[in-house]
Design a binder for this molecule. Sequence first.
Ligand SMILES: Cc1cc2nc3c(=O)[nH]c(=O)nc-3n(C[C@H](O)[C@H](O)[C@H](O)COP(=O)(O)OP(=O)(O)OC[C@H]3O[C@@H](n4cnc5c(N)ncnc54)[C@H](O)[C@@H]3O)c2cc1C
Length: 314
Amino acid sequence: MTLPTLPPDLPEVRGKLIPGAELAPYTWFRVGGPADALFLPADEEDLAAFLKALDPAVPVTPLGVGSNLIVRDGGIPGIVIRLMGKYWGEIEATDGLTLSARAGALDLAAARAAAANGITGLEFLSGIPGSLGGATRTNAGCYGRELKDVLVRLEGITRAGARQVYGDGHAPVAFSYRHTDLPSDFIVTRLVLRGTGTGEPDKIAAAITALQARRAETQPIKEKTSGSTFANPDPPGTPDQRSAWKLIDAAGCRGLKVGGAQVSPLHCNFLINTGEATAADLEALGELVRARVLETSGVELRWEVRRMGRVQRV
Ligand SMILES: Cc1cc2nc3c(=O)[nH]c(=O)nc-3n(C[C@H](O)[C@H](O)[C@H](O)COP(=O)(O)OP(=O)(O)OC[C@H]3O[C@@H](n4cnc5c(N)ncnc54)[C@H](O)[C@@H]3O)c2cc1C
């Protein structure tokens, strides 16, 4: 097997720099090729120093826990950065309503930390199986709330290695449906989140457990999946034409297969890897669904899952 070409003269790091790291194990779909190099920084200083010294021509891609991604079979060119380990998962309550969390922390961990500290209003985060960094980039949300509704301050590091703060008296970030206007190579490192009130920890924890049970019944959360594949179409249209899963169902795509990829029989806006799928299978299945929905309803579905990287291995 030939490894992808590692960018020359990479800077020294204190964390881990892994040439040719396979990325499939780092994604929920478990598909995709390698990164030219995967960087797991030790802390903010390590990350900033590395990015400052890195040739500006080398592309940089942040990766969370890969719950909203198809990494293509050819892998990702340049450096993939993942905030992994105990340090990047730290969360602390800074007052009775506020959490300060590093961006590698899971959304569920933030919801649970809020509950443990008697903070309400962050329960919805327990429904999103990603990291806080990924939640920021995707403006993740469910049950009528989005990350932007609870975000007070955001810290991160630019591609040039400079620290940057947004919100809390600094420049704001523009959020829209599952999107922010942050540059795609900006690494979110820390968030300050504010709840809406206080309550009894046990009751908040019970609300989280109930939300999770509801999800387990309606979504294939134990499968290799990546959440909603397509965004709900914008109006105009009838209510049924504004629901991606209803359009997919009406187009007869529930359970449809391409190679090892399948439209989930449980929730037909979810694609699943039944075991041996490639990224190409998943993408081809998604395109087939789009074509059938267009043919049957005239609606053009828009991918919500992010697809990144090279189609074929180098
Ligand atoms: C079963 C299931 C249910 C889901 N339900 C929901 C839901 O209800 N609502 C919802 O919104 N989403 C849902 N999702 C999708 C997904 O969990 C969210 O989009 C999540 O926020 C992605 O976070 P991640 O850490 O997995 O990011 P990844 O998938 O790894 O990356 C997503 C994007 O974020 C960027 N990114 C990741 N980390 C950082 C960082 N530190 N700094 C800057 N950019 C970064 C990546 O470059 C990429 O563009 C679901 C997914 C699954 C599998």
